[in-house]
Design a protein around this ligand. Structure first.
Ligand code: AMP
Length: 417
């Protein structure tokens, strides 16, 4: 689903564009509209699913399009750690860049200056506050925090907050809020204790479950960290090294499918391509040959990743990193069906490292990095966290702010932009 379909304000769409997002993730698809409609939400969604933008976008949209008190706090986001507070503040900065919504991250551990900056914002009014519980209580105890007009409360990684013993602090912060407000709770897991807390805080919540499926355990997953020009030779090397009987190579773009399949044909591999430019008859013929094992190698776009049941594929190669964890699981799920063993290799170029890091987060473990054969020369280092959270370029003629800094920033009201 495209972001343009949610009816979000044009200024937000510009922010989304500058972050480089095109399609909404599943959690975004499910929660943005109900939040815009004013519903309370309890959602089980892990980090890496896009849950931050899933709550930031509709809340920012409501703040900029509905009447609100500019001299009070409008939204409070409570999170377990300062790292998460910083990360959310960075997403907030990117997404709200073309709006005049102000925000501040309030968390412990800083020096006296940051406490003073926080105090100034909390007492004079700031649209959105992203806070860790202890630090917020420290401010609340001083009596200057303008909580009387808060309309939105968001609890992020709520299960972690309970594990860290923040229940009383959360309830204390909530005791300062008006009763009439919209509540959103996000949590990776839903233990009993969480449900009890949810019952106290939420009002007739819509329950949403974005559990991502895990790939079958018998799939051997490995990744090659490479430069773009090394990909085609590496596919050939892998295919030559072992006599795989049934292989699918997934590419994210048709042009890559065409280029790779031309190269493989030139090297006399038994290969055909499948993508949306192909006539339906031809597609079916190719699939038929592949199913019957007349054809060994299929190079395809994601049209093949879901729902097509082909038995006994022994190797899946992700020539490009899939867009998200769900696509990854679907693609590699083509192999090792019905308890047989299968192998899934993923090629990661420098540009794709961050995306693959997010997939690993969703899987809950890193994927083994295989050694690229020596004759391929040097390969990039794997550092998926570099540049994380920073808005990506490409936002038409409005380059987004740097964004990579500490994230702790009081934008103030009507910032000059
Ligand atoms: P989160 O689960 O909120 O921690 O988000 C995980 C990562 O996905 C962050 O780096 C986001 O910037 C990124 N992200 C969120 N939504 C999208 C989207 N619709 N398309 C691409 N990337 C996204």
């Amino acid at each position: 689903m495209k972001f343009t379909e949610f009816g979000l304000d044009e200024r937000l769409l510009e922010g989304i564009d500058s972050m480089g997002y095109e399609n909404a993730t599943p959690v975004q698809e499910q929660v943005i509209v109900p939040i815009l409609q004013g519903k309370d939400i309890i959602a089980s969604a892990q980090t890496g699913t896009g849950k931050t933008a899933a709550f930031l976008l509709p809340v920012i949209n409501k703040i900029i399009t509905e009447p609100h008190d500019a001299h009070n706090i409008n939204a409070v986001i409570i999170v377990p750690t300062r790292e998460l507070a910083v990360q959310i503040a960075q997403s907030m900065e990117g997404l709200s860049y073309f709006t005049d919504v102000s925000s501040i991250a309030v968390y412990g551990g800083g020096d006296g200056t940051s406490f003073t900056t926080e105090k100034k914002a909390l007492s004079s009014g700031v649209d959105m506050v992203i806070c860790t519980p202890g630090r917020m209580i420290a401010h609340l105890n001083m009596g200057y925090v303008k909580m009387q007009a808060v309309k939105y409360l968001i609890l992020d990684e709520a299960d972690r907050m309970l594990d860290m013993g923040f229940y009383d602090d959360i309830m204390k912060i909530i005791s300062f809020l008006p009763k009439q407000r919209q509540n959103l709770l996000f949590s990776a897991t839903m233990p009993m204790k969480m449900r009890e807390m949810a019952r106290k805080i939420l009002h007739q919540p819509l329950e949403i479950n974005i559990a991502i499926s895990k790939p079958p355990e018998q799939i051997v997953q490995e990744a090659f960290v490479v430069y773009e020009p090394q990909k085609i030779p590496l596919v050939k090397e892998i295919l030559r090294k072992k006599d795989f009987q049934s292989v699918i190579v997934f590419c994210s773009k048709k042009v890559n499918v065409k280029q790779l399949s031309n190269e493989l044909k030139r090297s006399k591999f038994s290969i055909e391509e499948i993508h949306s430019d192909l006539e339906q008859d031809k597609r079916e013929q190719v699939l038929q040959d592949f199913r019957n094992k007349k054809l060994k190698i299929l190079v395809a776009t994601d049209i093949l990743s879901r729902g097509i049941d082909i038995e006994d594929i022994d190797l899946v190669i992700n020539y490009d990193v899939p867009n998200d964890g769900e696509d990854y699981v679907h693609r590699i799920g083509r192999t090792a069906r019905a308890a047989s063993e299968g192998t899934a290799y993923t090629f990661i170029t420098e540009k794709e490292q961050q995306k693959f890091g997010q997939i690993e987060e969703l899987l809950g473990h890193p994927v083994t990095k295989a050694a690229v054969p020596e004759q391929f020369g040097p390969t990039p280092a794997y550092n998926p966290r570099a540049g994380r959270g920073a808005p990506r370029g490409g936002g038409r003629n409005h380059p987004p702010r740097g964004g990579g800094g500490g994230g702790k920033k009081y934008a103030g009201r009507n910032p000059k932009r």
